[in-house]
Design a binder for this molecule. Structure first.
Ligand code: AHR
Length: 519
């Protein structure tokens, strides 16, 4: 059939409009944000961190030599303190990890150069001089203005040892432990609340069965006492990833009044435990697999929560994800026992995706701790002598801090796929909250490294006039911040979000995290 010129033009216009509207329909995601009656508070403690006596996290991380020419208080690096205060670090977990179950707290108090030394058998068999102990950790927390989260030794310690540590920390009256504390220079108790009863008791913390640990938990927890002004929030060692039997057993055998929280540990390992994969050198397919494994956190949190709901429908017991993050091979040439890894844009997307999952499950997840703060695993900060840099992961915590203690706004949307061969995962994830000044924050992640995502958002019942944004992205998914280019990846102003009628409209670039402030 031959068309005349005017008809040909008309046909072309109609065809283009149809194709464009199909493309719009396919690629524009409609997000419903439920603004009415928000109830669940996103606990700030979801944004917690973890510092183990491992590699260069404490020693040559937080705690440097007297001779180091860096601003410090005692031996605590103040540039690191300032960086962590900026992201409002809410709590810090210490002294482990596996280290906790071979740590004897009395070795870490008193005159420093007279403290006994020990071998850190879990992490490189290095000599631990115990110069960083209870007083030093609590001084660090006070500088950071964060809550201490201390894990006691169940695996190789005694009930008496744990119970006396709590007395030393928290008792204000006259007692043998409070006397020693005062002799060591601390008059008033610290009032520590978060208290871990062992770590990974199914593994490095004693290789126990769930049944055996549940009984041990009740003995250890029963003799760690609440002192006036210092109610302990006792946290039981929980499941390794998808060990649902562990959660079931603990919930069945331990009453909620005895257990403030139950932990879950899950690491995103790009390849497998034998060869975890490089932190900096990976292709798109390995990136896809990494993000697929990161998203397993959604399934784990949902399934463990369902088991907990069965025994504890009022959600008294918190799910405490006190170890999470990406775990890769160490940087070439570094001590394999020190777990030092670089940190790329991929890590930032892992962090943002996981924090969105935690926010959306804030009814049950009330504490979480990224492993680990400095120079170990998915670190926020890397140091080299006097230098330090903020990783892409650090910047995610900076963007997401707006959610701390805000109320969760549930969201609904259908995500486009991020495809790799025959496999696919949701490209889009997000969470939203409203703070006490009625300001809404949204953190939106596009995992797809090749395609932008168009978004239209209806903020039901929320009145707003203005939107501002920040974006974290980089040309390559493998991009990092190095000591030569410490600011290569950092948040930038995002001006692509606009108000169209009552809707918020934006295009989310590929491989990016956006934080929107809506008021
Ligand atoms: O974070 C490193 C180690 O991983 C911790 O010590 C242990 O609890 C876990 O297996």
């Amino acid at each position: 059939m031959k068309l005349s010129m005017p008809n040909r033009i008309l046909f072309t216009i109609v065809f283009t409009v149809i194709i464009a509207s199909i493309a719009m329909a396919q690629s524009t995601v409609n997000i419903q944000v439920q603004g009415a009656n928000p109830k669940t508070v996103i606990s700030r403690h979801i944004y917690g961190h973890f510092s183990e006596h491992l590699g260069r996290c404490i020693y040559d991380g937080f705690w440097v030599k007297d001779s180091a020419n860096i601003p410090k208080k005692d031996r605590i690096r103040l540039d690191i303190v300032a960086a962590l205060k900026k992201i409002q670090i809410p709590n810090l977990r210490w002294p482990g990890g596996c280290f906790a179950d071979e740590y004897h707290w009395r070795d870490g108090i008193g005159v420093r150069d007279q403290r006994p030394k020990m071998v850190n058998t879990n992490w490189g068999n290095v000599t631990e001089d115990n110069s960083f102990g209870t007083h030093e950790f609590l001084e660090l927390c006070s500088l950071l203005n964060c809550e201490p989260y201390i894990t006691g030794n169940v695996g190789s310690g005694t009930i008496e040892e744990m119970s006396k540590w709590v007395e030393y920390l928290n008792f204000d009256g006259m007692s043998p432990m409070s006397q020693i504390r005062k002799q060591n220079g601390r008059e008033k108790p610290w009032q520590v609340h978060f208290w871990g009863v062992g770590n990974e008791s199914w593994g490095c913390g004693g290789n126990m069965t769930a049944d055996y640990y549940a009984d041990q938990y009740k003995r250890y927890a029963g003799f760690t006492k609440d002192y006036p002004g210092a109610r302990l929030m006792k946290i039981a060692s929980g499941a390794n990833s998808g060990d649902y039997n562990w959660t079931e057993t603990m919930m069945k055998k331990v009453d909620p009044w005895m257990m403030w929280g139950l932990t879950l540990h899950y690491y995103t390992v790009p390849k497998d435990w034998g060869n975890k994969g490089s932190a900096t050198s990976f292709d798109e397919s390995e990136y896809f697999t990494t993000m697929k494994k990161c998203l397993v956190m959604e399934e784990l949190v949902s399934k463990h929560s369902t088991i907990m709901d069965h025994y504890d429908p009022n959600k008294k017991v918190a799910l405490v994800v006190d170890e999470w993050g990406i775990w890769t091979n160490v940087e070439p040439g570094t001590n394999p026992g020190f777990l030092f890894q670089q940190n790329s844009l991929r890590d930032a997307l892992v962090a943002a995706t996981t924090l969105n999952i935690f926010n959306n499950h804030a009814d049950r997840v009330r504490v979480a701790n990224l492993a680990q703060t400095i120079n170990v695993l998915q670190a926020l900060i890397l140091t080299e002598g006097n230098k330090m840099l903020l990783t892409p992961t650090y910047h995610v915590f900076d963007l997401f801090k707006a959610h701390q203690d805000a109320k969760l706004l549930p969201v609904q949307f259908v995500s486009p796929d991020f495809k790799n061969g025959n496999e696919k995962i949701p490209a889009l994830n997000m969470s939203a909250s409203i703070d006490s000044n009625a300001v809404v924050h949204m953190t939106i992640v596009n995992l797809d490294p090749n395609n932008a995502i168009k978004i239209r958002t209806a903020l039901q019942t929320i009145k707003w006039t203005k939107v501002e944004g920040q974006i974290l992205t980089s040309p390559k998914i493998t991009d990092i911040n190095s000591f030569d280019k410490p600011d290569f990846i950092k948040p930038k102003i995002f001006e692509g979000a606009t108000k169209q009628g009552d809707e918020l409209v934006l295009t989310l670039p590929a491989q990016s995290v956006i934080m929107l402030t809506i008021k």
